[in-house]
Design a protein around this ligand. Sequence first.
Ligand code: C5P
Length: 237
Amino acid sequence: MDKQQELYAGKAKSVYTTDDPDRLILHFRDDTSAFDGERMESLERKGKVNNRFNAFIMEKLQEAGIPTHYERLLSDTECVVKKLDMLPVECVIRNIAAGGLVKRLGVEEGSDLAPPTFELFLKNDALHDPMVNEALAETFGWATAEQLAEMKSLTYRVNDVLKQLFAAGDLLLVDYKLEFGLFHGGIVLGDEFSPDGCRLWDANTREKLDKDRFRQGLGGVIEAYEEVGKRIGVDFS
Ligand code: C5P
């Protein structure tokens, strides 16, 4: 598959067009950012670690019948995905209180959330991704009621699959963010899944093993990502 033009460069990934109009190449870079790009750093091995991590998770989700954009690994830091028309909202599920929820509502970090919460955010850097709701999304045309219902249902199904997968590695899936898009009209998961976009804690010590290590300056960021991957069976060789 031929890589053609750079379509878009995000904070940690670059997206390229290919000779197939329905396929894109994602390039996972070593760059890491936090606080809307205010803090940027390059972390050795990150591109490869996240590319392998993401491929492993996408395959597990597909085996569970969840449609994803992922098709195959192309190199250590690249994979081939379906080209989607992305919907401009982010879906967040939380199993345990942390991050934004703790800040917003003053609940104690680490409290169990039963049932898990579902939140919707608008993808808009200039507005710092404000929290929105289904009614606003419908009114402003970000997604239809049917699309929102499908995204919500898929996000919960991902939770069922991944909570179990991580639990087998003695890990707690605290929360995560997913984005979706349309492929020939159908809703498809169009995001990466890596410790950059979720929170994972050691089930016994509650040590943070995700991007909060970078956000909070705890160090050992990529070592933590590798530890999580090894515990669930990701091949980083
Ligand atoms: O910051 P907050 O607590 O709302 O984030 C919830 C989850 O969504 C976290 O796992 C975070 O890493 C992820 N997230 C993300 N990208 C964003 C916002 C949140 O990956 N733009």
